[in-house]
Design a protein around this ligand. Sequence first.
Ligand SMILES: *[C@@H]1O[C@H](CO)[C@@H](O)[C@H](O)[C@H]1NC(C)=O
Ligand SMILES: *[C@@H]1O[C@H](CO)[C@@H](O)[C@H](O)[C@H]1NC(C)=O
Ligand SMILES: *[C@@H]1O[C@H](CO)[C@@H](O)[C@H](O)[C@H]1NC(C)=O
Ligand SMILES: *[C@@H]1O[C@H](CO)[C@@H](O)[C@H](O)[C@H]1NC(C)=O
Length: 292
Amino acid sequence: MKIFLISFILLSVIFKTYCFHDGRPEGRGGEESVQVNDKIYFMGGTRLIRSLKEYNLSDEVFYLDLSSPFNIKDPPFVDLTNGTSRMLYGNEKGVKGIQPSRHRSTSTVIKPNGTIYIFGGRVELDMGSPTLQLYNDLYEFDTILLSWNQITAPNAPSPRSHSTATLLPNGKIIYIGGVSQDAAGSQTNLINVIGIQMFDTISLSWSTHIASSSFLIQPRVGHTAALTSDNSSIIIMGGTSSYQLSQTTVYPNLIKLDVSSEPYQYSELIPSGINPPPPLSYHSAHIYIRII
Ligand SMILES: *[C@@H]1O[C@H](CO)[C@@H](O)[C@H](O)[C@H]1NC(C)=O
Ligand SMILES: *[C@@H]1O[C@H](CO)[C@@H](O)[C@H](O)[C@H]1NC(C)=O
Ligand SMILES: *[C@@H]1O[C@H](CO)[C@@H](O)[C@H](O)[C@H]1NC(C)=O
Ligand SMILES: *[C@@H]1O[C@H](CO)[C@@H](O)[C@H](O)[C@H]1NC(C)=O
């Protein structure tokens, strides 16, 4: 008999000092992470330099080895940041199409066939742009053919950053939360999580779907969204209700969006157990199934 063990893996954003120490990466936030078989690879993010009250962008790459059970107090991280594994930025040789300009805090997913969809994002001072500007561009990058393509489809959402992107098995991408902007240079506004934007990668079309909820859900940024292994729901965790240095924990902190039928339906999750993680934002979350 097969028993499915579901582990919810979290990387906290408690900022510490630099680099990889005693087998552990230093704390960070806003990193990118991707699960490949029994490894979760982490890339980049920002680390706080306390003395300067500034953030240092990371070019580090490391992974968490999930192949055997482990004690959560001593996670098996493996550092790949040596001469060759640091992240590079630039146009690789042989890449076709027009590479998009550099944005951060985009909403990105990869389809099982190897095509990456990159939506929205922003530029601001930390990327050399004196003006804060959010985008609503959608690009696809074919990782097999190494080619870029900009998708222009009607009814694209307003410019936004930090929305989560979740791919459903039917090829639809669901974008939740984050912040939007009315015009370049203006302040950002939190996006209501009830209004869900969807891009269909088969028909190449955008649509808006209003989810139902019987309780108030604060808008949020820096949250995560992970599809459950039965493809029926998206687990949305953490985030903050401000986009400033003083961050406010969102309520509810853990919610579920049922995507098995429309209208999609939110419910609140109340976890049991001891030693729950602290309220998190700009973290990563993956659902991993170990077959034992
Ligand atoms: C920023 O991080 C890089 C490594 O990614 C490191 O070499 C550099 O010293 C750091 N800068 C500061 C000011 O800490
Ligand atoms: C970088 O680390 C990986 C994994 O430990 C190792 O296989 C590789 O040889 C290292 N490369 C260099 C240049 O040290
Ligand atoms: C993957 O799927 C997308 C959309 O269905 C398609 O445009 C793309 O060509 C596919 N890529 C490959 C390598 O088959
Ligand atoms: C969920 O979707 C994946 C494809 O993304 C599929 O392999 C899997 O069988 C689906 N699971 C269920 C329970 O439908």
